[in-house]
Structure formats: structure tokens, C-alpha cells
Ligand binder design. Structure first.
Ligand code: FAD
Length: 301
């Protein structure tokens, strides 16, 4: 078992997930999770906003199998939307359809999403439907299409590792899109497996949407991609208000501040909530160097 597989295994352990909920942020998770409560999260957003960094706020959630859990998640997101409005924060929402009941019942999930998108729409707040694994892809796009008949404050994510991403970037060019490499382990009949294939397609999709699409969020910690985009927008006279860079809270902080200082729109993906454990383990799986976050916390007391 590789270190990556080990952390994925830990992230999927239901017992450890619920055990961790009893505690506040531990093991260094506080460097990548903005807070457990909404009040703590609002303070983290205000701090980033001071540096001209906007935020996309994600209520962390794992293993939603009961309708009551999905409704609890929806209510938390509605509270965040209210807080963004009341506190006049520069922030919007990122959510995962599975947390709102996609694996329980499609129509139930759609109603939960409608409640969220409707309140956000009232306050002119954007809602991003994050993309999960391949098994949920079609239904997530279907939800987006259906809700788009009523609301235009929604957008989604295109994952560059999927073969079908090229088709999807064209199909969804009129949406505000976040473009990412892709975070889940996917089989070879649906997704590129090698880093170079994924990176190549990632650049191709970003360039396509920058030239043909609505607003583009380039979500990556990869400095090579960021430098390529900086050069590409300059050569093609793409104005700064057509795109932004996004990174996860706590990652490459210096680069986040620098990009904002250079005048680029920058948005930090800000996860919060009691369900921090699975998210934290997946970040360790993605980049075992992040283990230094844990060791620093455990040993530097
Ligand atoms: P990698 O390929 O991980 O890294 C490339 C290179 O960048 C590395 O070799 C290293 O040189 C450098 N680097 C990377 N990280 C660091 C670091 N912390 N410090 C120093 N150097 C570093 N995935 C989904 O499937 N669905 C989503 O909805 C989704 N939303 C996302 C939203 C945001 C804001 C971000 C940032 C990612 C999201 N992802 C999502 C995850 C994404 O798909 C990738 O799995 C993840 O971002 C890792 O890929 P990368 O582009 O950052 O670069």
C-alpha cells in the first residue's frame, strides 16, 4: 500500500471521521481548514478580504446517507449565505451535491440545491457545484442544467483528467467554470492517468475557456500552469476581470498573496466545519509533503 492509498483509506474510515467530529481541529488541520464554526470562518474570510482575496466557502461533509444529514448540511450553507450577506463579505459558496443528498434521492437533492441557490440569488451570491467522482458526473451536470432554467448564479467544475472534459468545456462554455486537474482516483477507460497527459489537457481547457467562455477560475497550485496562464492572457489581451486564480486555504500562502498583490483576481477555497477529518486526510494523500503540517503540530507544542 502506498502512502497515498493509506491516507485515502484513512479518509474513508467512517469511525475515524465521526471520532474526529468530537474534537476541534487537530493534527495540524487548522492550517488547511478555516474554522469549525461559522463565526471563526467569517473571521478567516475577513482576514483574506483585507488582502483583496475573495473566498469560496465549502461546508465540509462526508458520508451523507440520511435525509436529516443532508438537511443539516443545507441549513448550515444557508447560514453561511446569510453571514456573507450580513457581513458584506467578498465570498461565494462551493458545495458538493452528494452532501445535499445526491446519493439518497435525486429530486430531494435538487430541492435542497434550489433552496440554497434561491437564497444566494436573492443576495447576488454565486454558487459553485463542485464536481466529485465519475459516478456522480452526469447527475451533477443534470442538476446544473435543471436549476439553470430558473437561476443564473450557478457554475461548475471541469476536471481535466476526464476524456469527456473537452466536450464538456464546449457544452458549458456559457457558465462560469472552475477548471482543475481532478482529485479522485478514476479508471483508465474514462480518465487520463499520466501527469503529463493531464497537465496537457488542463492547459488546453483553460485556454479554450479563456478565449471562448464566460468567467474562468484556474484552480491549481502548479506554478508552471500559473506562469503559462499569465503569459497566455497577456499575449491574447484577455482582461483581468475575465478570470481568477484559485488555491486551497493554507496552501502556497505566499503565492496567494503575491498573485493578489500583482493585481490578479484571487479566490481562496475555504473549507470549514466539524467534518474536517476526511478533507484533511485527502490533502495528505494528494501531497504527502503536507505531512510536515502534522509533524510540526505534534512536535512544536
Ligand atoms: P499538482 O499536480 O498537485 O502539483 C503540480 C506541482 O505544483 C507540484 O509538482 C509542485 O511542484 C507544485 N505544488 C503543488 N502543490 C504545492 C504546494 N502545496 N506547495 C508547493 N508546491 C506545490 N478537484 C475535483 O475533482 N473537483 C473539484 O471540484 C475541485 N475543486 C478544487 C478547487 C480548488 C480551489 C483547487 C485548488 C483544487 C480543486 N480540486 C478539485 C483539486 C484538483 O483537481 C487537484 O487534485 C489539486 O488541485 C492538485 O493539483 P494541482 O493543480 O494543484 O497541482
Amino acid at each position: 500500500m502506498t502512502l497515498k492509498d493509506f491516507f485515502i483509506y484513512l479518509s474513508e474510515n467512517r469511525f475515524l471521521n465521526s471520532a474526529a467530529q468530537k474534537y476541534g481541529l487537530r493534527l495540524g488541520a487548522q492550517s488547511v481548514v478555516a474554522g469549525v464554526s461559522i463565526a471563526e470562518t467569517v473571521e478567516s474570510i475577513k482576514e483574506l478580504n483585507k488582502h483583496k482575496i475573495s473566498c469560496t466557502v465549502d461546508n465540509l461533509g462526508e458520508f451523507v446517507y440520511e435525509k436529516s444529514e443532508a438537511i443539516e448540511a443545507k441549513n448550515k450553507i444557508l447560514e453561511v449565505i446569510q453571514a456573507i450577506h450580513d457581513e458584506k463579505l467578498d465570498a461565494h459558496i462551493s458545495l458538493k451535491p452528494s452532501q445535499l443528498g445526491l446519493d439518497i434521492d435525486y429530486d430531494f437533492c435538487k430541492e435542497n440545491l434550489r433552496d440554497i441557490v434561491s437564497l444566494a440569488n436573492q443576495y447576488n451570491i454565486f454558487v459553485n457545484f463542485d464536481m466529485e467522482d465519475y459516478g456522480r458526473l452526469d447527475k451533477s451536470f443534470e442538476l446544473l442544467n435543471e436549476l439553470n432554467k430558473e437561476y443564473d448564479n450557478i457554475g461548475t467544475v471541469i476536471q481535466a483528467y476526464f476524456f469527456e472534459s473537452e466536450e464538456n468545456i464546449e457544452r458549458y462554455k456559457d457558465f462560469r467554470l472552475r477548471i482543475v486537474k481532478g482529485a479522485y482516483k478514476e479508471p483508465e477507460d474514462v480518465a487520463y492517468q499520466s501527469k503529463s497527459d493531464i497537465d496537457k489537457n488542463f492547459i488546453k481547457l483553460i485556454e479554450y475557456h479563456l478565449l471562448n467562455g464566460k468567467f474562468t477560475s484556474i484552480a491549481t497550485h502548479d506554478h508552471n500552469v500559473i506562469n503559462h496562464v499569465k503569459d497566455f492572457v497577456k499575449r491574447n489581451n484577455i482582461p483581468n476581470d475575465k478570470f481568477e486564480f484559485q488555491m486551497l486555504y493554507g496552501f502556497r500562502k505566499d503565492m496567494q498573496y503575491d498573485l493578489a498583490k500583482e493585481g490578479y483576481n484571487f479566490c481562496t477555497y475555504l473549507p470549514f466545519g466539524k467534518d474536517w477529518y476526511g478533507y484533511f486526510m485527502r490533502r495528505l494523500a494528494e501531497r504527502p509533503q503536507n505531512l510536515s503540517l502534522v509533524t510540526k503540530q505534534v512536535f512544536n507544542k
